[in-house]
Design a binder for this molecule. Structure first.
Ligand code: PEP
Ligand code: MG
Length: 543
């Protein structure tokens, strides 16, 4: 038995059989051709055509962020500069494989050096394009297919490689590279399987068919586990299974306290995959769609956004609250040319950036949202608001977007507009927003960081923030006072200790990760509202 350590990228625990994907052998970049250059150039052209055809087929089955990434990679396959550079090298004596590998590596290195983050991020797309063309030249398939349940072990998994995987057979993912917030982590969390990334030496130590335990919470991979570990994991899995079965009854029940007070239980999502998961888990709607997550490769166009919002709304068939881009802080978006800031969390973030760059950021998004709202129950939520003037300004742009769409003959509907309450300024003055907003949703992740002056990404001070401390509780109580419908969509909304306090203070909607929906409904049903109110009162007095 051996335990490898990596980065926990998606929670869950599983025992299974390894399916190992080994990278193709490296191309000899010095290889010289023995054939006529025109034959080699034709081989290259054929390989590019095949790679494009394969990519188009993959692209047609993908959606959301994955589809955007595949689209970017498809553009690279078709790049005339890449082809011309490779043709020149073939003419000077190299094989097609060596030529395209060299050109792609040089081109990627040049892009990676550029100060523009958007272009720099495209270096990966160029490398991937080169790899796919070489695979076609060598007749190697890059598609990963599973015909039985397995744990996938790989150096890395490109988005194109994850598209065709059957989620019902994929038990877990282990990779040597990657980060906790990378594409693979998002995909794994979306389909609800454990993932451990950044596992050094995984390929050297794991062989096809080996038994593995993957613990996505602890970030460990146990190779050939001994009896003791197997028994421990089986006990944990059985308990989790029992709990899962017990929770099943809540799937189709509305959120409700023990005395029958309705509390809507919504989901937080960042992609179409998560929208599907939300429906599967019995979410009553989406309380937070983090749209900046669809901009990982730069801002999508108005048309691309409309397609995404419509697709998500169609999958949901229930209320969808879309937050406008909360760019900035720890969520940079490439291609926007935002100068480096000393305090990004206090900087050009959320609604501030949208209002300062309306033509580029806010208007295309609002137009896309209004277009999707014509046929779906979609509501708009503004992030990082501090003062009512920001909402007034946003509403002016929304009105302008409505007029321009009407002029174009499009069907438009006025949609509810709300704000995230995540700054103390908005929390203590929410009464001043009356008449301007239709709802408010407390972003406790940010509200806690701004209240306790604790950077949420700084591990040295993170423990100093008190999510359920007096300051937070008093703010929540104050937010609920003006009578605007209040939800919570920060992490606290899924916390068993926090839920009775939040509801006791007046919150009436909770929005949580899809995987928490059932547990939250169970917590709600275990207490009456009066009990929650008494508990909240005690907490306010004692804290
Ligand atoms: C929050 O701040 O609580 C929130 C839900 O928004 P985000 O985590 O995306 O900043
Ligand atoms: Mg926030």
């Amino acid at each position: 038995m051996k335990v490898l350590h990596g980065i926990p990228a998606a929670p869950g625990l599983t025992i299974g059989i390894a399916h190992v994907i080994r990278p193709a052998p490296p191309v000899d970049v010095t290889a010289q051709r023995t054939t006529d250059p025109s034959i080699e150039i034709a081989r290259l052209e054929g390989a590019i055509g095949q790679a494009i055809g394969r990519m188009d087929a993959l692209r047609s089955t993908a959606s959301g962020v994955t589809a955007d990434i595949l689209e970017a990679q498809r553009e690279m396959l078709d790049d005339p500069e890449l082809k011309q550079g490779a043709d020149d090298l073939i003419s000077s004596g190299f094989t097609a494989e060596a030529a395209i590998t060299r050109v792609a590596a040089d081109y990627a290195a040049q892009l990676a050096e550029l100060p523009d983050q958007y272009l720099a991020a495209r270096a990966d797309d160029v490398r991937e394009a080169g790899r796919r063309i070489v695979a076609e030249l060598q007749g190697i398939s890059l598609e990963v297919r599973l015909d039985h349940s397995a744990i996938l072990v790989a150096q890395d998994l490109a988005p194109a490689e994850t598209v065709g995987l059957d989620p019902a057979l994929l038990q877990a993912v282990v990779t040597e590279t990657g980060s906790a917030t990378g594409h693979l982590a998002i995909v794994a969390q979306g389909i609800g399987i454990p993932a451990v990334v950044g596992v050094d030496g995984a390929l050297a130590q794991i062989d096809e068919g080996m038994t593995l335990i993957v613990d996505g919470e602890r970030g460990t991979v146990t190779i050939a586990p001994d009896e003791v570990s197997l028994t421990e994991v089986e006990t944990r899995l059985a308990a989790a299974q029992r709990d899962k079965r017990d929770l099943e009854v809540y799937r189709d029940r509305p959120g409700m306290t023990a005395d029958g007070v309705r509390i809507e239980v919504f989901a937080n999502i960042g992609s179409l995959v998560e929208a599907r998961k939300a429906v599967e888990m019995g979410a009553e709607g989406v309380g937070l769609f983090r749209t900046e997550l669809i901009a990982a490769h730069g801002l999508p166009s108005e048309e691309a956004q409309r397609a995404i919002y419509e697709e998500v709304a169609a999958v949901l068939q229930r209320p969808l609250i879309v937050r406008t881009f909360d760019i900035g802080g720890d969520k940079p978006v490439p291609g926007l040319d935002i100068p480096a800031e000393a305090n990004p969390f206090l900087g050009w973030r959320g609604i501030r950036l949208s209002l300062d760059r309306p033509e580029e950021v806010f208007l295309p998004q609002i137009r896309a949202l209004l277009r999707a709202a014509a046929t779906h129950d979609l509501r708009i939520m503004l992030p990082m608001v501090t003062v009512p003037q920001e909402v007034e300004e946003a509403r002016t742009w929304i009105d302008q977007a409505i007029k321009s769409l009407e002029r174009e003959g499009q069907q438009v509907r006025r949609v509810p507009v709300g704000i995230m309450v995540e700054t103390p300024a908005a929390a203590v003055t929410l009464d001043r927003f009356k008449g301007l907003i239709d709802f408010a949703s407390i972003g406790t992740n940010d509200l806690v960081q701004y209240t306790y002056a604790v950077d949420r990404t700084n591990t040295h001070v993170r423990e100093r923030a008190k999510p359920l401390g007096t300051a937070t509780l008093r703010l929540v109580a104050q937010i609920c006072r003006p009578g605007i419908p209040v939800a919570v969509c920060g992490q606290l909304a899924g916390d068993a200790h926090a839920i009775p306090l939040l509801l006791g203070l007046g919150v009436r909607e909770l929005s949580v990760a899809p995987a928490r929906i059932l547990a939250v409904k169970r917590i709600l049903s275990s207490m009456t509202l009066a009990e929650m109110q008494a508990r909240a009162q005690r907490a306010l007095e004692e804290s």
